[in-house]
Design a binder for this molecule. Structure first.
Ligand SMILES: Cc1cc2nc3c(=O)[nH]c(=O)nc-3n(C[C@H](O)[C@H](O)[C@H](O)COP(=O)(O)O)c2cc1C
Length: 214
């Protein structure tokens, strides 16, 4: 099949959303934790986390515009802080349920049974069940002119993960951590690493640093 611009524009809107949301392939599954100025907590699943830089450690999120209130966005703009929590298979249903539009006064933590954790002096809750969780401070926010989505850039200032998920070279073993991937707006995937590849150089053929995972 070959879709041209007009074909895409002419699709039924839910069908087009499902198709286009799949095009970026597998993405990370994160729960974004925030709190408002009264300490009312909020949790929302997001697939748009993207690495922007390592020094300082920056991660961007794309938050959609909406005619209704966006609790995550308003909380993180007000407090300047939020958490990212990798989703695991044992509680993916609860993680997915955070996409439901709960009223502001109802926390998705209570609604889904996930538990809040707090770091000292950090005004956003993390998910206790998450193996990998991080706290970010808001560094930049742009409302994009093209479609009014919000680009939110944060610096990682807290990072918690089990020592046995951290490799000697600093990379994280995401399979050991049980971190899931997402595709589209509804599919959760367990992953299997095929191999790790050595740093690519023009004068060397591609080489694996480790054999196949199994
Ligand atoms: C799998 C999945 C991925 C999602 N990714 C995003 C995302 O990257 N950005 C976004 O704004 N909303 C995303 N959403 C929608 C939010 O989770 C949903 O709008 C949620 O209700 C927002 O909560 P809030 O109003 O409390 O912030 C996603 C939903 C699902 C099911």
């Amino acid at each position: 099949m070959h879709f041209h611009r007009d074909d895409l524009a002419g699709l039924e809107s839910r069908y087009r959303a499902a198709l286009v949301n799949s095009l970026t392939g597998f993405k990370s599954a994160n729960l974004v934790g925030t709190a408002d100025e009264h300490g009312q907590t909020n949790l929302a699943i997001m697939s748009s986390a993207v690495h922007l830089g390592s020094h300082p450690p920056l991660i961007a999120l794309v938050i959609r515009p909406d005619p209704v209130e966006r609790h995550t966005l308003s909380n993180l703009l007000a407090s300047g802080c939020y958490t990212l929590n990798h989703v695991r298979a044992e509680w993916l249903e609860a993680a997915h349920q955070t996409a439901a539009r709960y009223p502001r006064e109802q926390s998705e933590f209570a609604a889904t049974g996930l538990s809040e954790g707090w770091w000292p002096e950090f005004p956003a809750p993390f998910v206790r069940e998450a193996t990998i969780r991080m706290g970010l401070r808001l560094r930049e926010h742009q409302e994009l002119a093209i479609n009014r989505t919000h680009l939110v850039i944060g610096e990682v200032t807290q990072l918690e993960l089990p020592e046995d998920c951290l490799r000697e070279d600093g990379s994280v073993d995401l399979e050991s951590a049980g971190s899931l991937a997402l595709s589209g707006l509804d599919s959760y995937h367990a992953t299997r690493r095929l191999r790790r590849m050595a740093y690519a150089k023009p004068d060397r053929p591609p080489r694996a640093v480790e054999g196949p995972a199994d």
